[in-house]
Design a protein around this ligand. Structure first.
Ligand code: GLU
Length: 336
């Protein structure tokens, strides 16, 4: 039979999905490459013709911006060469960040899928092979086109914008708390719950070195000294994971006013879900006061994602004055 299967390009970046035991390290470390991962998946060659590349072998906490921009360029090349979709395998610890960062720059209709594993390959019930198979099934499906970057884990597809790691070790680790999951994998293919929505305009590629953007959590009894120290130490922007709907103490609010005269300051929520408010609370340290002092509110973006967006906007050469509008494109939902 002639091979008329669609081509899916798979690249490995490391993570638990690729880890095997090391006596020297005393635990599992990344060793397997994409070709080895693909070979371990029963039935994969019935779904697509797989091409593979090994881009990195890293624990995902050690992935850097440049690693991801290289993976992005590689993924674009694979689509230009005929792949219907691209799958990147990586560690799950930073998956909610890397997926969002790649989504900011992904311009193509073809799906870019990220997956990983919570259990290493030698563990009973290892989930890597099933996740890779599910990712490839999503990659070849026509309904996956034009949805940007998706994370596929545990037979569920998540949008990059909403996904977060909700559990440190459980196999069911990923959640999409506010927007909901994109699709469930049912009987061999993704069942998408909603029609595709217009995506925000992707960012232009970085034109300068990536800035250091601090992420500071507002905590009880805290007046924001860390945020001030970060700016003194050369950080070019600050994201604050504020209390509740984006709130800080009186003292922290004063500091935000002073800092916002020097660098972009964005206030997100430290809660696990929900947006920042914009017109509800009027006290010192709440959203109306913080915006008056020059801060931007992160809307629906988690603090982790807001930090990446600010870094990417600055790297892409967006002027400080245009930052608010650019942030709003990615962080707000249309309201009636
Ligand atoms: N739990 C992580 C994983 O699933 C640990 C390693 C990493 O993030 O690279 O891959």
């Amino acid at each position: 039979m002639p091979n008329s299967l669609p081509v899916v390009a798979v690249a490995s970046l490391g993570g638990t999905i690729s880890m095997t035991p090391s006596d020297a390290a005393g635990g599992v470390v990344p060793t397997l490459d994409a070709a080895q991962l693909a070979r371990s998946v029963p039935g994969l060659s019935d779904v697509a013709t797989i091409t593979t590349a090994s881009l990195r072998q890293l624990p995902s906490a050690s992935l850097r911006y440049d690693d991801l921009m290289e993976a992005l360029a590689w993924a674009e090349q694979q689509v230009a060469a005929g792949a219907v979709g691209v799958v990147l395998t990586q560690g799950t610890d930073t998956l909610e960040e890397t997926a969002f960062l790649l989504d900011l720059f992904w311009t193509l209709p073809a799906p870019l899928i990220l997956t990983g594993a919570m259990r290493a390959p030698q563990a009973a019930g290892a989930d890597g092979p099933a996740n890779l198979l599910a990712a490839v099934r999503v990659a070849v499906h026509p309904e996956s086109v034009d949805r940007g970057v998706l994370v596929v884990m545990n037979d569920t597809a998540h949008y990059a914008r909403w996904v977060s790691k909700g559990d440190s070790l459980a196999v069911q680790a990923f959640v999409s708390r506010d927007g909901g999951v994109a699709a469930r994998l049912v009987e061999g293919g993704p069942a998408f719950f909603h029609a595709r929505q217009t995506r925000p305009q992707p960012l232009t590629r970085p034109v300068r070195a990536w800035p250091k953007v601090a992420l500071v959590t507002a905590v009880l009894g805290d007046d924001g000294e860390l945020a001030e120290l970060a700016v003194k130490g050369g950080y070019e922007a600050v994201v604050i994971a504020g209390q509740g709907a984006g709130h800080v103490s009186f003292g922290f609010a004063q500091r935000i006013g002073a800092l916002a005269e020097q660098v972009p300051v964005v206030v997100a929520s430290r809660a696990a879900s929900g947006p920042t408010a914009c017109e509800t609370y009027g006290y010192v340290g709440a959203e109306i006061d913080l915006v008056r002092r020059g801060a931007h509110m992160a809307g629906w973006l988690s603090a982790l994602k807001a930090r990446l967006l600010v870094a990417a906007l600055v790297a892409s050469g967006v002027a400080p004055g245009a930052l608010g509008e650019a942030l709003a494109n990615w962080s707000t939902l249309a309201r009636r």
